[in-house]
Design a protein around this ligand. Structure first.
Ligand code: KE4
Length: 430
């Protein structure tokens, strides 16, 4: 594949942008090689600056439930921009989006819009701390909630009841208030709660993890987590930045029929523009400034352009709930094609899927926890990634990520992807 222009541009990019990118995963570090620079997206396709066409399974890491620039979002933006871009004042559209989220996700009584998933999760933790007057939080190994300091923490050694920073610049002070439990292991949660009795403000979880690759929570685990938070008066936060409006109209909480105290959103809620949100019980959210003392603010929060795109996306979901059947059918077709390919090469790699988000783990062990996931062969994954990319299939450039099917993916796209994968497996496995 000819990516000459991408290579030339990357040489310039790395001189002015750390790693040549504005978000690390885009730099292809875990698969090697030069990242391709994308110039355009339309429907299920993206096009790089060398003119290569790809069937896109990243969808901007989740926002593009309907593929790239669907007409209804484009039209909403064109209409909105006629009135200006941002005012820093209350606007009607913000109220309409908030009311629409409340309609689609019953656990949301009150919501605050911000500009990213990170802002949403960090603010949700802050208001949970303000509400409970407790300091500590529990997260799960392998889960990612954005880059706020207190999330960049890995499990401490057995003796430690708190975490260890995973990044320079994150202080011990932050780490001591974050404990890390094992996903799908309720005893690990109980153990940390016992060791930090009455000190835990919140437990934050991706109900369907996407950031260790796709690993759904077991229903019994999530039910028990809900009960424990109830009895221990801990705020349960569902981080649905990825799963919100992705796996169902009402997100993962609709699938599991479990109501968290707070939910965080991002990605799809912005229709491709920068929007995050946190919301839930009014008795908690009413503590957020200016109605309460928990401070949080943002110059461009709820800006009219992003709200117009988000409103357009969520309105489409509300009026076309059948899209989730379409997404399920397309995703199941693709997954079955992948499974059949693996059988041809006697490989029992694990494909975890919930609706239109999935991960093919290059390991033959089932993947129910972070420790299962990291058994995957990342070198083999890198070969697979480049084999697919060079044949026009754009997958996440990392094993521990989800990939996504959109309503714009046609049966031809899916069939081509299945056939291409078979070629790549033949090249890799012989
Ligand atoms: P942002 O700050 O990137 O908008 O959202 C952070 C975040 C929070 N919670 C969950 C469950 C998330 O998946 C994310 C962001 N997801 C990554 C992809 N795994 C974004 C891609 C990137 O970092 O560039």
């Amino acid at each position: 594949m000819n990516i000459t222009k991408s290579k030339e541009l990357y040489e310039k990019a790395i001189k002015v942008l750390p790693g040549g990118v504005n978000s690390p995963v885009r730099a292809f570090k875990s698969v090697g090689g030069t990242p391709v620079f994308i110039q355009k997206g339309s429907g299920s396709k993206i096009y790089d600056i060398d003119g290569n066409e790809y069937i896109d399974y990243i969808g901007s890491w989740g926002p593009h439930l309907f593929g790239h620039s669907p007409d209804f979002i484009k039209e909403a933006l064109i209409e909105a921009i006629e009135n200006g871009t941002s005012f820093g004042t209350p606007t009607e559209i913000e109220v309409r989006v908030a009311e629409l989220v409340r309609e689609l996700v019953p656990s949301i009584e009150m919501i605050r819009f911000v500009n990213s998933g990170t802002e949403a999760t960090m603010s949700a933790v802050r208001v949970a701390r303000g509400y409970t007057k407790r300091n500590k939080i529990i997260k799960f190994e392998g889960s990612y909630h954005g880059h706020a300091d207190f999330f960049l923490i890995k499990a401490g050694s057995g003796a430690l009841t708190f975490g260890i920073p995973t990044s320079p610049g994150v202080t011990e002070g932050n780490a001591k208030d974050t404990s890390v439990a094992d996903f799908n292991n309720i005893d690990s949660v109980k153990n940390l709660i016992q060791k930090n009795k009455n000190e835990i403000a919140a437990i934050i979880i991706e109900p369907i993890a996407g950031n260790m690759g796709v690993v759904p929570a077991e229903k019994s685990f999530l039910e028990e987590l809900r009960q424990i938070c109830e009895s221990e008066k801990i705020v349960l936060i569902f981080d649905e930045v990825m799963t919100g409006f992705r796996v169902a109209k009402g997100g993962a909480q609709e699938i599991y029929n479990i109501q968290p105290d707070l939910t965080t959103f991002g990605k799809i809620i912005g229709g491709g523009l920068p929007v995050g949100a946190y919301g839930g019980k009014e008795e908690i959210m009413s503590l957020v400034a200016p109605s309460g003392p928990v401070y949080q603010a943002g110059t461009l929060s709820g800006n009219p352009l992003a709200m117009a795109a988000g409103y357009s996306a969520l309105s489409y979901i509300k009026s076309h709930p059948e899209i989730y059947n379409d997404l399920e059918n397309k995703s199941a077709y693709l997954a079955n094609g992948f499974i059949n390919n693996l059988k041809l090469f006697n490989k029992n790699f694990q494909l975890n899927r919930v609706g239109s988000m999935m991960t093919l783990f290059f390991t033959e062990n089932e993947v129910k926890t972070y420790n299962d996931a990291i058994k995957s062969d990342t070198n083999l994954f890198a070969k697979y990634f480049w084999g697919m990319l060079s044949r026009g299939i754009y997958l996440p450039p990392a094993q521990f990520e989800a990939f996504f099917v959109s309503t714009a993916h046609s049966n031809d796209d899916l069939q081509k992807t299945i056939e291409t994968q078979r070629e790549v497996f033949s090249e890799i496995f012989g």
